[in-house]
Structure formats: structure tokens, C-alpha cells
Design a protein around this ligand. Structure first.
Ligand SMILES: [Zn+2]
Length: 507
């Protein structure tokens, strides 16, 4: 993507305008360094500046990341660049390690997105000004740099965590880019390195405003016993990656416009995946200002946005876990769905390794699709149709581990999900929103949405007329839905029986 014209960029740079942070990067020709627009260093001369739309493009042009403003912690803006949904989806998959390991390739990544690799390369050049390979290398270097700065991890572990094949390769890359060995970038301190059990803590930046209270209470209301705990203004949960178990702890650092994440996990190689998932779950990549400006043209949404500036669309930690909850939650309250999910965990969840959890109530990880697909009986006090749907989705995930990969339009995603027995329109949209992170998902038959959009006389629209009204909210209908849900608290306690199974209320 081309950054805005040079005059605009330069003015943003002169005023250290944080609205441009993560959107533009400035390469300074006289020093060979690239910066964020908010860099505290003296503003370079206009003629020395070259502007880029991504860190990768600046690095491709031969610039090194600045050691003061640290482009690696710029908010994750590339993830919203609305003009190309495909590019932002590819970036999300990359962040989760799609380009790491010996067997990874651009072709495979393109396949997961449902297109050819030439097409993917072309889109990357057009929107980020760099190839998929160099973008993934940039992500790796920047992540390593963040680990060097923010943790006391030994260099060998940093190299491994950031996906470098060898320590030598890691050293060479840093020598090339920064003209010094990685260790020289670490601030001097006498603190000893922490162990994996004690956890490593990283910051994840967002672009303000960020409505932490709303997202935390959303997770609190839905916390599955044994898996998740919300306490002391923190969110804690167990995690499982490639058969290993551990936990994360997320808190808000408003003065740093960041979330602080403490990760306790036995394998450092999983750090990028864990960080990517936290970003997704807490929706830290949203360009919230643009989204709110767009939605505010609807008078109702406009008034809701004023009440909850920075409201995010929460995501699910794991696609299968989220889909399971969506199905369990069909036609019952959030509280009842939570109890049922807790029961499922006790019956089928795997106990966690105590070494990597920091809270006594974190006892299990969520059952895997394979476990539920092969379980003789799920033995849960829920209607038989619901249990069959649960089994069907577990089997679908086992058959296609990329079931929740984001490819196609929202309509295509919904059709794909609806092919699973027991998944109707509502559930498909709900899964698309929370698990696939499709920001245009909109479960228009949702009783809470219909109630929240009733007219002054209390007359509710039907799903079709709500859908028509929501046309104007595209491509961010998910945020409109989130505002409408947040504004109608009564729906949490409501129990609604309906013959239409797609009308559920446990979001
Ligand atoms: Zn700088």
C-alpha cells in the first residue's frame, strides 16, 4: 500500500502524530535508519525522508530499524488495511507461524487463502511494497528485537523463538541489519534471566482508544471454569499448542497504550503463535478511529459509540473451542452455556502441567476436536441435537484442520460453515466473527440485535430489514453488532426458546 503523499507524511512526522503510528514508516536517507512517525529523535530534513506503508518495505529498501522508537512495537496496523482483506489475512497467518519451519512456503500460504502464489505476491507488493518472504523475515527480526529488549531470555532462545533456523543465521542477520551482534542491543541490567516457568512478559501495542473494561467483562461473563479466570483486572487462561500446555495472563497498561502479556510455556518456539492469538483475541489490531467514524453516521450507533469509545470485537482463543461454545450456547443464556462448557472440560479436558500455570483454578485445557470426535459419548446434559452438532463440528475440524482459516468472502465462509450439521445462519456468522475474525460478520437473526434496533415504539425489525439497514455498516458490521450487544444488557439474563435454532443469545 502506498503511504499518503509525502507532504502529509512529513507533517505527521513533524507533529509526531500518533494517528499515523503503524500506518507509515519513515526511512532517513542520511542515516540509513527507519522510524515510526512518533520517534522522539530530531525530525530529519524533508529531502532526507522516504515514506513507506510497512516496516518490511522500509527494510527492503535497505533501512535499519531505529533503536529509539523501535518499529517492532508499532501498533499492528497492517492487519486492518481494509483495501486487501487477503493481505491482512495472510499477515495474521504469518504471525501464527505459517511461514516458519522447513516445509512452509508462499505456495502453501497462498493455498490456505484460496489463491495462487503469484496472485499473493502481487497483492503483497501492491499493499505492503514487499514480497511475502521479506515481510515474514521482517516480522521475525522485529519479534527477535522485541524479545531482546523486553525480556531476559538467553540469545539462543530468542533465535529459536523468532523462528531462526540457527543461532549463526540469527547473528548474521543482526550483524547485517544493525551492524552489531544481537546481545549488544540488550539494555544493561543485573537481573538474571527468568525461567520459562516464571514466564516472559511482552507488550502488545494498540491504537487508542481501547475499551479494556468492556472486553474484560465480556471475557469474565464467559470464562469457562478450569480454563479461564478473570480476577484483579487480569485475564488468565490455559493454552495448548502442539500437545504442550501452559498459560497466559493479560493485563492493561493504559499509560503505554499496550496490553502486558505474561506467557508461561515450555517451548519458546510457540511464543509467536501465542502472541498472535492474544492479539486476535483482544482485537489489538483494529483501526478503531476509522471504524467508529464510519459507523457513527448511523444515529443509533453514533450515540452508542459515544458511550463506549474503543469498544473491540472480542475474538476466540481457538477456533474449535469457540465453535463448541457457540453450539452449546444456542438458545440458552450466557451463564448456562458457561456452566455446560465447564462440564465438558471436566469430562473431556486434559489436565495442565502445574509448572506453567500461576493460578490454582487453571486446571485443564479445552478438549481437542479429536477427543470429542472420537468420544464414545459426550455425556453432557444438553439436547441430543446439540450434542450431534458438537460431534459434527469436531469431525469437520479433524477432517479439515484449516476449517477456520480465513478465505473467501463472508458469504462463502458462512456457506462453508453451514455445510456442517447443526450449524445454521446465526452460528455460522458467530463463528465467522469470533473465530475467523471476519469483521463484516453479522448474525442478523440475533434476538439481541433485533431488540437493540427496535424503533421508538419498541417495534423490532425482522432479520431481513435489519440486514438491509446494516448494508451501510459494511465492512465493519461486527463492530456494529458488538455495540448493539453491549448496549442491551438485558439479553444476558434472557432465556429464549425458539424453533429457529439459529436464534441464539449466548454471544
Ligand atoms: Zn526512531
Amino acid at each position: 500500500m502506498k503511504p499518503p503523499d509525502k507532504e502529509v507524511c512529513y507533517r505527521a512526522l513533524q507533529s509526531r502524530d500518533s494517528r499515523f503510528d503503524g500506518v507509515i514508516f519513515v526511512g532517513v536517507k542520511s542515516t540509513g535508519i527507519y522510524c515510526r512517525p512518533i520517534c522522539p529523535a530530531r525530525t530529519p530534513k524533508y529531502e532526507h525522508c522516504q515514506f513507506f506503508g510497512s516496516a518490511a518495505a522500509a527494510q527492503d529498501a535497505g533501512f535499519r530499524p531505529c533503536l529509539r522508537c523501535r518499529p517492532e512495537i508499532a501498533p499492528d496496523m497492517a492487519s486492518w488495511r481494509g483495501t486487501s482483506n487477503t493481505v491482512s489475512r495472510a499477515l495474521a497467518l504469518m504471525a501464527e507461524g505459517a511461514m516458519d519451519g522447513d516445509t512452509a512456503s508462499v505456495t502453501k500460504l497462498a493455498e490456505r487463502l484460496g489463491l495462487g502464489d503469484r496472485q499473493l505476491r502481487r497483492l503483497f507488493l501492491q499493499h505492503l511494497g514487499a514480497s511475502p518472504i521479506s515481510v515474514s523475515q521482517t516480522l521475525r527480526v522485529l519479534f527477535a528485537k522485541q524479545l531482546i529488549h523486553e525480556t531476559r531470555m538467553p540469545m539462543r532462545e530468542v533465535a529459536s523463538a523468532a523462528g531462526f533456523g540457527s543461532v549463526r543465521r540469527f547473528n548474521e542477520t543482526f550483524q547485517d541489519l544493525f551492524h552489531r551482534p544481537p546481545l549488544a542491543l540488550r539494555r544493561k541490567t543485573s537481573a538474571p534471566p527468568k525461567t520459562a516457568e516464571a514466564g516472559i512478559t511482552l507488550r502488545i501495542r494498540y491504537r487508542p482508544p481501547y475499551d479494556w473494561e468492556s472486553i474484560l467483562s465480556f471475557f469474565a461473563a464467559r470464562a469457562i471454569p478450569g480454563i479461564e479466570v478473570v480476577e484483579n483486572n487480569r485475564y488468565l487462561r490455559t493454552v495448548e499448542i502442539d500437545g504442550l500446555t501452559g498459560s497466559i495472563e493479560v493485563r492493561h497498561l493504559p499509560e503505554r497504550q499496550s496490553l502486558g502479556v505474561t506467557i508461561r510455556f515450555p517451548n519458546v518456539k510457540s511464543l509467536p503463535v501465542i502472541v498472535a492469538r492474544v492479539r486476535r483475541q483482544f482485537d489489538t489490531g483494529a483501526d478503531i478511529e476509522t471504524i467508529e467514524a464510519h459507523l457513527a453516521s448511523d444515529p443509533l450507533l453514533g450515540s452508542l459509540i459515544v458511550q463506549r469509545h474503543g469498544l473491540r470485537a472480542p475474538g476466540g482463543w481457538d477456533g474449535f473451542e469457540l465453535a463448541t461454545r457457540a453450539i452449546l450456547g444456542q438458545q440458552i443464556s450466557v451463564v448456562a452455556a458457561r456452566r455446560l462448557a465447564g462440564k465438558l472440560v471436566v469430562l473431556h479436558g486434559k489436565p495442565v502441567s502445574k509448572d506453567y500455570v500461576s493460578h490454582p483454578e487453571l486446571t485443564h485445557v479445552f478438549p481437542s476436536a479429536k477427543q470429542l470426535a472420537t468420544a464414545k459419548s459426550i455425556a453432557l446434559g444438553a439436547p441430543i441435537a446439540r450434542l450431534e452438532a458438537l460431534k459434527a463440528i469436531a469431525q469437520a475440524v479433524v477432517a479439515d484442520p484449516n476449517l477456520f482459516s480465513p478465505f473467501g468472502t463472508i458469504e462463502e465462509i458462512v456457506e462453508r460453515l453451514k455445510a456442517i450439521r447443526g450449524v445454521g445462519e446465526w452460528t455460522a456468522h458467530y463463528i465467522a466473527l469470533r473465530a475467523i475474525r471476519e469483521m463484516d460478520a453479522f448474525p442478523s437473526s440475533d434476538i439481541g440485535l433485533l431488540r437493540a434496533t427496535a424503533d421508538v415504539e419498541g417495534k423490532r425489525p425482522n432479520a431481513t430489514s435489519l440486514l438491509r439497514r446494516a448494508e451501510a455498516w459494511r465492512p465493519w458490521r461486527a463492530y456494529a453488532a458488538q455495540h448493539l450487544w453491549a448496549a442491551s444488557p438485558t439479553l444476558i439474563a434472557t432465556r429464549k426458546h425458539s424453533r429457529n435454532r439459529t436464534q441464539a443469545i449466548a454471544h
